[in-house]
Every structure is written in structure tokens, then in C-alpha cells.
Ligand binder design. Structure first.
Ligand code: AMP
Length: 280
């Protein structure tokens, strides 16, 4: 596996691959890799001639009181995992090079970025859209792989890629979970054993709500109440939102429809956890 840190070297390398007619599959991450990340990498490897992964803890997507400074890192372990997942090139740009000077250029995806996570974390999706645009411009991938775990992020990136004619095929892959249902996340490492136990309430809330939907409940409000009840049954779990929305617009539903997505966001102690389930 090749390691590249300089932006121009990455750009040159990918340009030469494209000239040779090779397809590039790209997986952007913030590192501290788990099986969720690795499933994206394995798929990128299987579907393309060359698999590129990046590790970059992107400061512009963190709010002032968020966990940028303590975000978990494991450069050596991550490199071994990438190699084992079949990654050909690992891109590790430096913050000083990615954001040289005072950044003045940003990418904003209106509407989709303003609700749910965007309402709680102002500026978050502007940071995500900006860094993903930069990474796409550097790597010039044919396909890019994201996790449905971050459902709204997938929606924002799809809209961005379509709206700016980026010519990158955006692929969203299923959420990888621990055996008790907890969605894998780099942030799970913050949880103490008691909190780790409580954290299963996100998946339990989503599953209970999905069951209600399948049983034919007619009112979205009942679905929201169900999720809130399951979450609040765990002491110390605070709810940011528990919603049932349209899967494309992310607008909260006032009546049931064929396709819906359930989304929850909580704080367990000081750790923010999100999860979602698509109900078809
Ligand atoms: P992150 O390192 O948190 O920025 O995540 C990098 C990519 O991995 C994003 O596309 C995430 O949606 C995806 N991802 C994170 N957790 C999971 C998971 N449990 N299953 C599948 N994909 C995931």
C-alpha cells in the first residue's frame, strides 16, 4: 500500500491512473477505523481498479465545543487495517496543507444541511461538503463510498455531487453494527461500560419504531413517541431528536408513506451518538 501526504502528489498519481483508463474507488474517513469503514474499503476494492482511502480529521466540520481535540487517532493500526482491506493508496493530508491560510471558499448545500444534524450542529455540513469537494478534486474518483450510518451526510453529498456535476458516483453502504445492534462508530470508544450498555437504546428505539410501522400504525407522532419512550427509559440519555422523515427531502412526516427513514440523535453522557433505519 502506497502512503501519500502531499496534495500535488496525490493529484498527479490519480491523474496518471485515470489516463491509463483505471477506475478509482474512494473512501474518505476520519480514521480510528472499524468494520464499518473497512466494509466501504473492501467494496471500493472490489468495484474498481484502484482503491484509495483518506484519513483526515477535518476541523471545519467540528463546532467550537465539539470533540476535535480529543477525536481518537491510531495512525499505525489504521494503516494496517487499510492494507488488509485491500486499499492501494492511503492519502493522509496535513491540516496545514488542506487549509492553508484562512479558508475563504466553502460549499453549502441548502435545505438538506439545515435540518436534524444541521440544526444541532450549525456549519457541520458546510465543513463536510467543503472537505469532500476538496478530496474529490484531489483524488478525482469514479466512485465514492459512504456509510448509511450517516444518513443525512449521504443525502447532502449526493445532492452536492449532482448539483455541482461532479461526475462521481456516490454509493451508500449499509450500517455495520456490533452484535447487540449498536452502530459502529469511532466515538463509541468514549463510552464507559455502563454508557456502552445504555447506548444500545438507539437501535432498540429504531427497531421498536420500525415494528410499529410494520404493524400498520397510522400516525407518525406515535412512532416518534415510541422512539422517545425507549430512549428516555435509559437514565442519562438525552435526546437531540427522534424523527420520522421523508428519505429524500428529510422533511418530517405528518402522514405515513411508502418509504420513510427513522433517525435518532442522543447524548450518552458527553458522547453524541446517531443512528437511523430506513423503513420501506
Ligand atoms: P468517519 O470516519 O466517521 O467520518 O466515517 C467515514 C465513513 O465511514 C462515512 O462515510 C461513514 O458514514 C462511514 N461509517 C461510519 N460508521 C459506519 C458504520 N457503522 N457502518 C458503515 N459505515 C460507517
Amino acid at each position: 500500500m502506497k502512503h501519500i501526504t502531499a496534495i500535488t502528489e496525490m493529484q498527479e498519481f490519480c491523474r496518471s491512473l485515470r489516463r491509463e483508463g483505471k477506475t478509482i474507488g474512494f473512501v474518505p474517513t476520519m480514521g480510528f477505523l472499524h468494520d464499518g469503514h473497512l466494509s466501504l474499503m473492501r467494496t471500493a476494492r472490489a468495484e474498481n481498479d484502484v482503491a484509495v482511502a483518506s484519513i483526515f480529521v477535518n476541523p471545519t466540520q467540528f463546532g467550537p465545543n465539539e470533540d476535535l481535540d480529543r477525536y481518537p487517532r491510531d495512525a499505525e493500526g489504521d494503516a494496517m487495517k487499510c492494507a488488509a482491506a485491500g486499499v492501494d493508496v492511503l492519502f493522509l493530508p496535513a491540516t496545514a496543507e488542506m487549509y492553508a491560510g484562512a479558508p475563504a471558499v466553502f460549499v453549502t448545500v441548502e435545505k438538506l444541511s439545515e435540518v436534524l444534524e444541521g440544526a444541532i450542529r450549525p456549519g457541520h455540513f458546510r465543513g463536510v461538503a467543503t472537505v469532500v469537494t476538496k478530496l474529490f478534486n484531489i483524488v478525482q474518483p469514479n466512485r465514492a463510498y459512504f456509510g448509511q450510518k450517516d444518513y443525512q451526510q449521504c443525502a447532502v453529498i449526493r445532492r452536492m455531487a449532482a448539483g455541482l456535476n461532479m461526475g462521481v458516483d456516490i454509493r451508500a453502504l449499509p450500517t455495520m453494527r456490533e452484535s447487540d445492534g449498536l452502530a459502529m462508530s469511532s466515538r463509541n470508544v468514549y463510552l464507559d461500560p455502563e454508557q456502552r450498555r445504555k447506548a444500545t437504546c438507539l437501535y432498540r428505539a429504531l427497531s421498536a419504531a420500525a415494528e410499529l410501522v410494520r404493524a400498520g400504525v397510522h400516525e407518525p407522532e406515535k412512532v416518534r413517541q415510541k422512539m422517545r419512550a425507549v430512549l428516555l427509559a435509559e437514565k442519562g440519555v438525552e435526546i437531540d431528536y427522534a424523527e420520522i422523515v421523508d428519505p429524500d427531502t428529510l422533511v418530517p412526516l405528518d402522514r405515513m408513506q411508502d418509504r420513510m427513514v427513522l433517525l435518532v440523535a442522543t447524548r450518552v453522557g458527553s458522547t453524541r451518538l446517531i443512528d437511523n433505519l430506513l423503513v420501506l
